[in-house]
Design a protein around this ligand. Structure first.
Ligand SMILES: C[S@@+](CC[C@H](N)C(=O)[O-])C[C@H]1O[C@@H](n2cnc3c(N)ncnc32)[C@H](O)[C@@H]1O
Length: 228
């Protein structure tokens, strides 16, 4: 399996090492198998796929699945994934969305109510976002969550990571003194846990499990389910 060049990898210095990068990709796949019910028939939407870490893990651990779509706002990442993953594994497809994000795609278009991902209703069993809501503000995150409800099959699963704490303001950008120094636009978007839960619930999804601060830079893992 070809791994992405180090200069394109995300997630800090620990992902620069090839063995470590591949191990995190394989670990994420095991999470999908054990906690989200991934099988060889599943259709997975990986939003903010970056340089295809999850796709590389799935290919290494499970092989081809029912379908995989990786979506990202950064042209360079999607270009690499198409060239090195999609070309060899045509069931793994990648598209770029020109959605604005002050950190990753500052010149992209602002999300507006009515935004739709280019997929039909109930197209996926699993929607996955690793370290993406950690760089998105409430309004955009709400529009995405509403779409995930449309895109998931009944009882489909959503997994995401986010900075989430109790007894803090609803949303804080780059909170000083929190976990590590933050710099630049939306380096860290921290949510108050109850507020984030209500955002998820209002979109028709239910969080049924969390793992506090177990993920990159102390993000919490959230496992959710489409209510019906
Ligand atoms: C920290 S990286 C994580 C990449 C990947 N999920 C991983 O774990 O390796 C965040 C990714 O989210 C993407 N991103 C940011 N805002 C986005 C948005 N509104 N829609 C889709 N992707 C977005 C960025 O371009 C970047 O690739």
């Amino acid at each position: 399996m070809v791994l992405p060049p180090r200069e394109l990898r995300l997630g800090g210095p620990s992902f620069a090492d090839d063995d470590r990068f591949l191990k995190t990709a394989q670990d994420e796949t095991r999470r999908l198998v054990t906690s989200l019910g991934l099988t060889s028939g599943s259709r997975v939407l990986d939003v903010g796929c970056g340089v295809g870490r999850l796709a590389i893990g799935i290919l290494s651990e499970v092989g081809d699945i029912g379908g995989y779509w990786g979506v990202d706002v950064d042209e360079r990442f999607v270009h690499w994934c198409r060239q090195y993953v999609e070309r060899e594994h045509p069931k793994f497809r990648f598209i770029r969305l020109d959605v604005g994000n002050p950190r990753y795609n500052p010149s992209g278009e602002a999300l507006v109510p009515g935004f739709r991902f280019p997929f039909p209703d109930q197209a996926f069993e699993i929607v996955y976002l690793y370290s993406v809501f950690s760089h998105m503000l409430e309004g955009d995150a709400r529009l995405y969550l509403r779409e995930f409800h449309r895109l998931l099959v009944s009882s489909g699963r959503l997994f995401f990571t986010a900075f989430a704490e109790d007894a803090v303001p609803a949303v804080t950008i780059n909170p000083p003194g929190y976990r590590r120094p933050w710099s630049g636009p939306l380096h860290c978007v921290r949510y108050e846990t109850g507020f984030l839960r209500s955002m998820v619930s209002e979109s028709g999804l239910t969080i049924d499990r969390t793992e506090y601060a177990t993920e990159t830079d102390g993000q919490t893992a959230f496992y959710a389910l489409k209510k019906s």
